[in-house]
Design a protein around this ligand. Structure first.
Ligand code: PMP
Length: 423
């Protein structure tokens, strides 16, 4: 691979960490899939705004008006970033998990849900009040489409139905055939929501081009801070649903009836699901990140990431004990996310050694995708806690994996150090 472009400035570049072997080294954050470091630009934008904020949608004061403008403009920026249709709604949430739970609460009565077992638990679990069909892990993108089509056809006729699919796996980094899955869903009268938590930070996502009905993502994986996320898409199910939270901001008018009961008329726009004082800074930070990524250009970002992926793949291929995990084959296109196991190593110990001896931060465990790990590892992961790292003696078969992930802020040196450390 040839070097392309330079990394975008992110926070935390100057952090140094002690090594067990003595001395200190600059921290190499290679855990972008969990939370990406915020862009310096996002930090600067937030710092410029922070002294001036007031509560949104409430006050006549200047700062309150300013906050309201920034909050509502952020909605517009996100809609542009996601290529939303004119009548789509952009709801600010706390995270992808929050967005998908919101949508789960907005399903029409009797809705069927189709979801692959390979999903992150945030996409797999929120539908538990619906009639859920969990689909087998496919071994090629084409098989994913066939599996979905077969499942949809086998259960016809049905009323409302929703397919939930991830755009890029948080475990293998592999890209899923979203456009084709959306076409299959629509051909059978179902709707589709895209979990873009891992896709949106790495690739352009267009709701209209992909023809998905909703998209969800998290700010903290898109180079903004924790605590804010987005659900964007079709207004109808959202407008007809009970508000996600009941309270001020979501209600248009509230009256006490003569019989002592309370009558509420809820907003029909995004505010319906944003009760309470919203996270204005979070929304503003997401919008700032969307602008920064758009200005850097996804062509450049994708090219740079592919160059880094190439370096990691080449390096790992030289170590015979390393097995890279994949559903669609080692050469399948992926974002900068890659999981592997090392023969003779417990993955938790391996990740701990990368940290203690090389100052490299990666993730180990089951990545909140237990059924997928079970398929990929061919073993039964014994979990400890929700995303836990199970214990296994050194030399035993791996029950978990190591994940390395990177993105727009990653310098070459971080992946070079990683490859050298694994070697
Ligand atoms: N979906 C995918 C594919 C993810 O990788 C994650 C985070 N690991 C989530 C959903 C959940 O994101 P959050 O924790 O920000 O809600």
């Amino acid at each position: 691979p040839t070097a392309v472009a330079t990394p975008l400035p992110v926070l935390g570049r100057d952090v140094t960490v002690p090594l067990v072997t003595g001395g200190e080294v600059a921290y190499a954050a290679l855990d972008y899939a969990a939370s990406a470091p915020a862009l310096q630009r996002v930090w600067d934008d937030v710092a410029a705004y922070a002294p001036y904020y007031g509560s949104v949608h409430r006050g006549a004061g200047y700062l309150s008006q300013l906050s309201t403008d920034l909050f509502e403009n952020a909605r517009g920026t996100v809609a542009g970033f996601l290529g939303c249709r004119d009548d789509d709604q952009v709801v600010f949430t706390r995270s992808t998990t929050d967005s998908l739970n919101l949508l789960a609460g907005a399903l029409p009565a009797g809705c069927r849900v189709f979801v692959f077992e390979t999903e992150h638990h945030a996409s797999l679990l929120p539908w538990r009040d619906a009639d859920v069909t969990c689909l087998d892990a496919p071994r090629t993108p084409a098989e994913a489409v066939e599996t979905l089509e077969r499942a949809l056809a086998a259960r016809e006729p049905y009323g409302p139905a929703l397919v939930c699919v991830t755009g890029a796996s948080n475990v293998t980094g592999e890209l899923w055939p979203v456009r084709e899955l959306a076409a299959a869903a629509h051909a059978h009268g179902a709707r589709i929501v895209l979990d873009a938590a891992q896709l949106a930070p790495h690739h352009p996502v267009s709701v209209a081009d992909l023809d998905v009905d909703w998209v969800a993502f998290s700010g903290h994986k898109l180079y903004a801070p924790f605590g804010s996320g987005v659900l964007a898409g079709r207004a109808d199910w959202l407008r007809e649903a009970e508000p996600y939270l009941a309270g001020g901001g979501a209600s248009r008018s509230v009256t006490r009836r003569a019989d002592g009961s309370v009558d509420v008329r809820w907003h029909e726009n995004a505010a319906r699901h944003e009760a309470g004082s919203p996270n204005v800074i979070g929304a503003y930070a997401i919008a700032s990140a969307c602008k920064a990524l758009t200005e850097a250009g996804f062509d450049t970002l994708v090219a740079r990431e592919e160059y880094l992926i190439g370096k990691v793949r080449e390096g790992l291929a030289e170590v015979p004990e390393v097995r890279v995990l994949s559903l669609f084959g080692d050469d399948a296109p992926r974002v900068g996310v890659l999981s592997f196991v090392v023969e003779g190593w417990n993955s938790s110990h391996f990740a701990a050694a990368l940290s203690a001896e090389y100052g490299i931060g990666v993730r180990d465990g089951l990545f909140c995708a237990h059924p997928l790990l079970r398929t990929l590892l061919g073993s039964d992961p014994q979990t400890q806690g929700e995303c836990g790292a199970p214990e296994a003696a050194p030399g035993e078969k791996s029950l978990n994996a190591v994940r390395v992930s990177f993105g727009a802020g990653t310098p070459d040196e971080h992946v070079e150090r990683f490859v050298g450390a694994v070697r």
